[in-house]
Design a protein around this ligand. Sequence first.
Ligand code: ADP
Ligand code: MG
Length: 241
Amino acid sequence: MSVFTIKNLEKSFGDHEVLKDINMTIDEGEVVVIIGPSGSGKSTFLRCLNLLETPTKGEIYYKETLINSKTDARRLRQDVGMVFQRFNLFPMFTVLKNVMYAPMEIKNISKKKAEEIARDLLVKVGLEDFADDYPATLSGGQQQRVAIARALAMQPSMLLFDEPTSALDPELVNDVLVVMKNLAKAGMTMAVVTHEMGFARDVADRVIFMDKGYIIEEGKPADIFSHPKNERTQIFLQRVL
Ligand code: ADP
Ligand code: MG
């Protein structure tokens, strides 16, 4: 079943057309990696999927239901979690409480149950020993892994990642990618904007190349990376590989 079906999506800011005639689907369990130059509309596209942006035209179906201004966006975002470049953890909460907070506040899960879920997730992201620490004492990579655990605590059916490793020192990138890779292996549906081409090659089921608001090319990673058909894809890949 498709998690998202996107038809003729367009998004403008004023008279600046940022997304132009985007058509695609994201299937259950699929890992879609979106690549492309800065300013090509990748973030705006992800943000349309959980209604952080309102599309100007076109249709987005989430599990076969049209989402629009009448959709309960908060509810949608519980189901379609997002991990940002900047992790925005709550600085005054411990790591454990950061992960427990939303399930308790938004889903009314009991404290005991929330703690159980949170501790399990901290094991998953390799941070079980940091439960009582505060975010500021952690490295950027550790903070991003807490942010992933926090997103997972809502038991989303899908996760959106917007350049989750771009703000990290190079030596911290891999630990975050490993966590994401494990999620992918466990069957999580994911849409990932990243410049980590190694990750795209290894983990993506499908790679989408965007430029100037258009999907220029999409396909299996082996095809996109080894035999890009479009000249703009070729030029972009020459620069980043
Ligand atoms: P990418 O993530 O690929 O770098 P973005 O989706 O962030 O691209 O941005 C695409 C274009 O849309 C850019 O030109 C950017 O300046 C513009 N843009 C993004 N968000 C806004 C906004 N809230 N208001 C006006 N312009 C925006
Ligand atoms: Mg972006």
